[in-house]
Design a binder for this molecule. Structure first.
Ligand code: ADP
Length: 532
């Protein structure tokens, strides 16, 4: 420490917690069952912290798993576990039993907190868990196969607030999250206190997401999907109130919550905003409080951004990954876009955006050589910074980590001022005759077709071209499904002719992953043809 230098207080979630409990104690927190304040939640968190250490034997560095939907109790664990120096491991409840058991065993979780409503599911894989010593129930529910469970609220009632909290190291781990495995086996990303604290500050910046005390924040993104994109930390840091919705993500329920709690800011994958749109457009939901939705996890088509714009709700596209802590970029227009028409601005906002302050982004040819930032050349997007993964948990080496940069597996173009556009996931690009076709771009155009309700494009083996694009669409009206010729005619005005799909499949529903993205792995396995 250099004499005379500024103080060096550690950047830990303690800082977020103290601000929530002191400055914003009167802030409301609500879920599907009850409503309280940050002040009361802070008291419950400290009691839970005591229960964790004294009753459940949790020590610094231990992993504590959660298995639940978005709720106040889950939020309490977001703080209680890190505040005692332990690691919060949020498990995706929508995986198969085998995957869940694999992840929990890999993480060596010692305690598992599960929603009461999910105890039957837990009982199904409990026999496969090798390290879990205690199961704690959150809320109501029981399963006779799990007789000896603790109860979250009883633990809180039976314990005093923890007084002697350990001094936290900003470089210690606070959380563990596994990728949802859209393109491979799940891999764990270990989040640090420092990373999430800086992430929260960055997310609150107006040029990024922009959150403040006047906001009511509603994360529709599950708390098991990349820490609900950090909102359970960013919101209380900024003093914004929080609303959680439990297990029911139906458009009816989401609409009701937005109206009832006068939500101002919400977040989720594009599928969520697509499902809610009809009710908003029909005026069935009073969404006059809603100023901003931010949307990531998959590319947002212009056809979805535009109707929100018309409704006066700002639709902000964000990009991130479990490995990027999780938010890393937002699609806010730049100074050079001043004066553009509304229509032109929609195109800008359909771009992926600019990397957050604190992080860096570049595109390379895959061997670490930079590709020009001219908005045309494509390369693999690489990022680095204090909330970007440096390795996978428990994995010695991985090709994604290269000279301190994370190779994202996303292919992008970059403008001279750093604004980038994701063209596709490298694995989803359709490689046709030595050139590539963007499945994301084709999907975006297909969704603008008036007879198409949902769409996906996948590469299918071709004898002549290696791969050719096949469009899979869900029609708005099953009796009036578009034909291949219709679709090709519509696309012909928007893309070059060799991008036009060679085949069209009309389906009732497109398979989605556990976090609501198009499941291209499943789609490819279902399309069992070889084209000429
Ligand atoms: P999984 O890898 O299991 O899908 P993640 O949620 O970590 O889990 O997914 C991150 C990936 O999601 C990114 O690498 C990218 O391909 C995609 N993605 C996220 N946001 C966007 C966006 N705004 N535009 C395009 N793709 C996105």
């Amino acid at each position: 420490m250099i004499p005379g230098l500024l103080q060096r207080t550690p950047l830990t979630l303690d800082m977020v917690f103290e601000r929530m409990r002191g400055v914003y104690a009167d802030g409301r927190v609500a879920d599907h069952e009850w409503e309280t304040t940050y002040g009361e939640v802070a008291d419950r968190i400290l009691r839970l912290a005591k229960a964790l250490t004294e009753e459940l034997g949790v020590r610094p560095g231990d992993r504590v798993a959660t298995f639940g939907f978005n709720s106040i109790r889950h939020f309490e664990l977001y703080f209680a576990v890190p505040l005692v120096g332990a690691v919060l491991h949020t498990v995706n409840v929508r995986l198969f039993d085998e995957q869940i058991a694999w992840i929990v065993n890999h993480a060596q979780d010692r305690v598992l907190f599960a929603d009461g409503s999910l105890l039957a599911q837990v009982a199904g894989f409990a026999g496969k868990l090798e390290t879990v010593e205690h199961v704690v129930r959150m809320g109501h529910g029981a399963d006779e196969r799990l007789p000896t469970v603790f109860d979250h609220d009883e633990l809180i009632a039976a314990n005093d607030p923890l007084e002697d909290r350990p001094e936290l190291d900003e470089d210690a781990a606070f959380g563990l999250c596994y990728t949802s495995g859209t393109t491979g086996d799940p891999k764990g990303v270990l989040y640090s206190h420092r990373g999430m604290t800086l992430h929260s500050l960055a997310a609150c910046m107006t040029g990024h997401i922009g959150i403040d005390e006047s906001d009511v924040v509603f994360p529709v993104v599950p708390m098991f999907h990349a820490f609900a994109w950090g909102l359970p930390y960013a919101a209380p840091l900024a003093g914004a109130e929080l609303v959680f919705h439990g297990a029911d993500s139906s458009p009816d329920n989401l609409g009701r919550i937005i109206e009832q709690h006068a939500v101002t800011l919400s977040a989720g994958v594009p599928t969520i905003w697509k499902s809610l749109l009809p009710a908003l457009e029909a005026g069935e939901v009073d969404a006059s409080s809603l100023r901003l939705v931010f949307v990531g996890g998959a590319a947002s088509p212009r056809a979805l951004i535009e109707p929100y714009d018309r409704l006066g709700i700002e639709y902000l596209q964000v990009w991130g990954m479990t490995e990027t802590g999780p938010l890393a970029c937002a699609s806010r227009p730049r100074r050079r876009h001043r004066g553009l028409s509304r229509d032109e601005l929609l195109d800008v906002r359909a771009h992926t955006g600019t990397i957050f302050a604190g992080l860096q982004a570049r595109i390379t040819d895959g061997d670490g050589r930079p590709v020009p930032n001219d908005g045309v050349a494509v390369g693999e997007l690489e990022v680095r910074g204090p909330w970007i993964a440096a390795a996978y948990y428990g994995v010695d080496a991985d090709e994604r980590f290269n000279d301190g940069w994370l190779r994202t597996g996303d292919v992008a173009t970059m403008d001279p001022d750093g604004m980038f556009r994701i063209v596709d996931r490298a694995k989803d690009l359709v490689k046709s005759g030595g050139e590539w076709i963007s499945s994301v771009e084709l999907e975006g155009h297909l969704l603008a077709h008036p007879a198409v309700a949902d769409a996906a494009v996948v590469g299918v083996p071709s004898r002549r071209w290696d791969e050719r694009p096949v469009a899979v669409v869900v029609p708005v009206d099953p009796a009036a499904a578009p034909s291949l010729e219709d679709v090709r005619g519509f696309l012909r005005e928007r893309v070059v002719s060799w991008w036009l799909p060679d085949a069209l499949e009309v389906v009732e529903e497109i398979p989605k992953t556990s976090v609501g993205k198009l499941d291209k792995k499943v789609l490819r396995s279902r399309i069992d043809t070889v084209l000429d």
